[in-house]
Ligand binder design. Sequence first.
Ligand code: HEM
Length: 127
Amino acid sequence: MESMEEIVAREVGADGLAAMVAAFYRQVRTDDVLGPMYPDQDWEGSEKRLREFLQFRFLGMEAYTENRGHPRLRMRHFPFVIGERESARWVQLMETAMDECTVSPEARAVMSPFFAQVAEFLRNHPR
Ligand code: HEM
């Protein structure tokens, strides 16, 4: 059976992931819940980190680990209070980004659960 990585590589690719992350951050910037959480308002830097992380996770591209080392996402999210509201909003904005980029149903079927699971895993606050 084809893996999640193979499906994303075929259906989305590096440029597709980049477009999704750009569409995601366009919304985050002005989002009432997530916008204020990004400390330095370093939007280009934030966009680059998420883009390179996803290109690493799905496509094995090395820029993320070269720049940031091991992802350690849970540790890197500890400075931010992430409860149900923050997690749900992150997923909602990424779903809207995938709508905007007309991600194929096949890629959607593997990426939506991935994002939902990671967002849940990153929760560090009960509410
Ligand atoms: C659950 C809700 C989430 C919230 C509220 C959140 C918030 C944040 C914030 C405030 C930052 C720091 C700003 C920055 O470094 O640019 C960050 C960094 C990051 N987030 Fe999230 N995030 C969430 C979920 C996710 C998910 C689901 C993923 C991956 C699928 C992810 C991947 C990343 C990555 C790769 C970084 C940069 C890490 C680094 O190299 O420093 N985040 N996030």
